[in-house]
Design a protein around this ligand. Sequence first.
Ligand code: ZN
Length: 577
Amino acid sequence: MRAVALLVALSLSLIASAQDEILTLFPEGIPCANEHTMEIVERADIGRVVSKVHNPTLAVYRPDPARANGTAVVICPGGGYTILAYDWEGTRMAEWFNTLGVTAFVLKNRLPRWESEDCRHKVALLDAQRAMRLVRMKADEYGIDPQRIGVMGFSAGGHLASTLSTHFDAGDPNASQSVDRENCRPDFSILMYPVISMDPAFGHMGSRTNLIGENPSEEMIEHFSNEKQITEETPPAILIHASDDKAVPVKNSIVYYEALLENNVSAAMHIYEEGGHGFSFGEGRGAVAGWRKVCEDWMSEQGFLTPRLQALIIDGQNNHKNWPETTPILKNHLLNTGLFMVDVATTPAAGADMSSFNPDFSKYDLVVSNYNGDPWPVKTQRAFEDFVANGGGFVSVHAANNAFPNWKGYNEMIGLGGWNGRTEKDGPYVYYNDAGEEVIDDSPGKGGHHGDVHSFTIQVRDSVHPIMAGLPTTWLHTDDELYDQLRGPARNLHVLATAYNDPSIRGTDRHEPMLMTIHYGLGRVFHTTLGHLNESQLCQGFATTFQRGAEWAATGSVTQPVPEKFPGKKETMMVEK
Ligand code: ZN
């Protein structure tokens, strides 16, 4: 017992240097709790070996922020459901993932071998499901994309990882713990010499007995034979195994791989001739030592190592009191592209001291303004001008073009603006006539007006531009304000789409610009005048043009496909939840 205590102390000193933080999985109380005291033994060859886990945890390993790509992996070490090879198949994997820019979480799950008859088949999966939900709930905090969280497992930990991959749920919306409302489906799995099947012909009998006992029912065998639980919803997987594995026959990987293919799930498998079992990195065991490169290439091909574009939404003041609702809508539109990570910067309230508002724009590829309020500090204005002039992307949404009437650089970025005293001193009107010609109109008058909220037709004026390519040439936009009589410097301004402003609803009888691009220095600006109501922003036409405009502003090109469902000439269409 004294030896164990000494080793625990030694391990704790190691813990402090490597990982960032330990998360307790069930702070509210552990389901199926046991009475054990955890034991940790330090082995010269494989490091810490953990058994009799009482309190399941996740150890957090964060990559260098400059390399972080938004992907995360929960790692399940192996050990026959009796022990955990915690360093050999856990912490060293986490450190490797960090070098790829991946955030890693080493799971210390409870072990069926030490559990009661009632709990032995439940505890490991309970812990893995909770771990996945917890990582997803904390995605924002850790800079993780909630759609790029995978699971990795070794041997019996591979059984746990494949069990999670085939026994997940979308979360319980009525759960008392907010973490239990999260989805626990992994987005991918990496299965290392995994136990897959409970079939006695090729399953690993030690793991099987620990998990479901000496005389399991047929139902139990079937339930935990994961090759029989695969559906089209099972996440894509890569399996790594060696033909000469004497402990877990390679057939475990093969049956899982075949079932994935039968269900049209993307799958890769790499079987080495030699390597044996439990090889971890495989150093000194021949070709198998190359598996990490194979795995990295697979993750790369799946898109899991591609850095996300970084976007910042600015809000905090707006004459549109629904801004706290529209910011999450805009954020979701960006996240749903799968291209962006999104931060939000909220200014002080109207009239409050603005001097502290100074976001670090240089961290971002894109800034989206959902802001119409007090001037920013001059220093912040200059920093924003530098950001866009040096190639940063900017998207102005609806009333953001009302903001900052006296900030010259900002008005050059948005091209056209309205209200707040804008007149001919600020630049011409820009609109289209019935002949389809762009009109630059210097006549005097106020800038900015709209008629009643109504549904109107968007007419594309440039169907070749990357933002518009492939979209219908006209579509019906849902209820919104149709901004008219905007005026501004209009330099380097290109109109992508207009809407006819019917005099019968207090309109101008002109075709007013709705979607525009502006070049400001090296930077690209996408300007959408649309988006008055929450519903206006939930129109599929708004969402698609906003998403494509955001990508174009951030990168200069558009890779997003045109959605299959899009508003028609006579029917609006809302974004599907
Ligand atoms: Zn409005």
